[in-house]
Design a protein around this ligand. Structure first.
Ligand code: ADP
Ligand code: F6P
Length: 329
């Protein structure tokens, strides 16, 4: 543990996520309330290496809680994955009087925080990603907004799909994880939900479902496909050829990362931001904030990165029962 913490930095890293601003605001205000100075590090680790560092005051974070994106900017930075880059980052922190850094981002950003901690700079991670793919936590900042944005968009596609009696494949984000696809698949009442963790690549099953649903009088067929499976456009072409039913692919893309955060994202990000500020001011290092069994807790980063999580078997089974596939299969 380092000595007294006088100044901390805060940065956002990796993909932006709605709610990151609420987390920044909470880190800044809670640390200042504890008598600790805060500096904003722009554009993630890249901004650290380029010394894009600004003083933050309570008013610097006014009028941001409702905004999507991150006021600090974010980036992916290759140089910081090298030991040389990490040493340089730690030296820059020391030159600016920064004793500790709060890092808001995903697993990759945690590895950066872990490296910075090894270089003698206290670090605390906050889970910020729409993908919900961080093993140690039940909640990640941005997921709630992203699934609500995607759900509303999918409802709209469904209207057109029903009117034209089409099959629609809608691809949602999530990198290699299927959480966004599972939640939207259930919430949008999809007929097929394709998750990277579960998909068996048996397209014939989907084709059979579409044909039997059409025979039963269904006017639409909604397939939620996860980004980790991808290839929605070619899948649509093959399904149309096999079923004779017009099939269209819609890739929702970056709209899922933007927009004003939901109440849940603003609230949880605020609590996690304050929690991170508290533990970094207490002198803790190499920790990540998490939600576990509904409680805000913190874990050692090394342990957090070694944890595994998977789609809940029960929730997946429910999704199968509620979609039409189980009735026809
Ligand atoms: P996320 O944080 O959303 O998972 P990335 O995986 O792109 O996003 O990671 C964000 C940044 O974190 C990278 O651009 C890099 O600067 C840093 N990072 C990722 N992996 C490492 C690593 N093994 N060591 C040090 N820094 C890393
Ligand atoms: O991690 C968030 C995310 O949007 C993923 O769902 C997606 O795979 C990735 O980031 C896209 O990253 P980029 O912004 O580099 O295209």
């Amino acid at each position: 543990m380092a000595g007294e913490i006088k100044t901390i930095g805060v940065l956002t890293s990796g993909g932006d996520a709605p709610g990151m601003n609420a987390a920044i605001r909470a880190v800044v205000r809670k640390a200042i309330a504890r008598g600790v100075k805060v500096k904003g590090i722009k554009k993630g680790y890249m901004g650290l290496l380029n010394e894009e560092i600004v003083d933050m005051e309570p008013h610097s974070v006014s009028d941001i809680i409702q905004r999507g994106g991150t006021i600090l900017g974010t980036a992916r930075c290759k140089e910081f994955t090298t030991e040389e880059g990490q040493k340089k980052g730690a030296d820059i922190c020391r030159a600016h009087g920064i004793d500790g850094v709060v890092v808001i981002g995903g697993d990759g950003s945690y590895r950066g925080a872990q490296a910075l901690s090894k270089q003698g700079i206290n670090t605390i991670g906050i889970p910020g990603t729409i993908d919900l793919d961080i093993s140690c936590t039940e909640y990640t900042i941005g997921f709630d907004t992203a699934v609500n944005t995607a759900m509303e968009a999918i409802d709209k596609v469904r209207d057109t799909s029903s009117s034209h009696e089409r099959c629609s494949i809608i691809e949602v984000m999530g990198r290699n994880a299927g959480y966004i696809a599972l939640w939207c698949g259930v919430a949008n009442g999809a007929e097929d939900i394709l998750l990277p963790e579960k998909y068996d690549f048996n397209e014939q099953n989907i084709i059979n479902n579409i044909i039997s649903n059409r025979k039963r009088g269904k006017t639409h067929h909604l397939i939620i496909n996860a980004e980790g499976i991808g290839h929605s456009t070619s899948m649509a072409r093959r399904i149309e050829a096999a079923t004779g039913i017009e099939t269209r692919a819609t890739i929702l893309g970056y709209m899922q990362r933007g927009g004003s955060p939901t109440c849940k994202d603003r609230y949880y990000a605020s609590i996690m931001g304050a929690y991170a500020a508290d533990i970094i001011c207490d002198g803790k290092t190499n920790r990540v904030v998490a939600l576990k069994h509904g409680e805000f807790v913190d874990f050692d980063i090394d342990e957090a990165l070694a944890m595994q999580k998977d789609i809940s078997k029960y929730e997946y089974e429910v999704s199968r029962v509620l979609s039409s596939s189980i009735q026809t299969g």
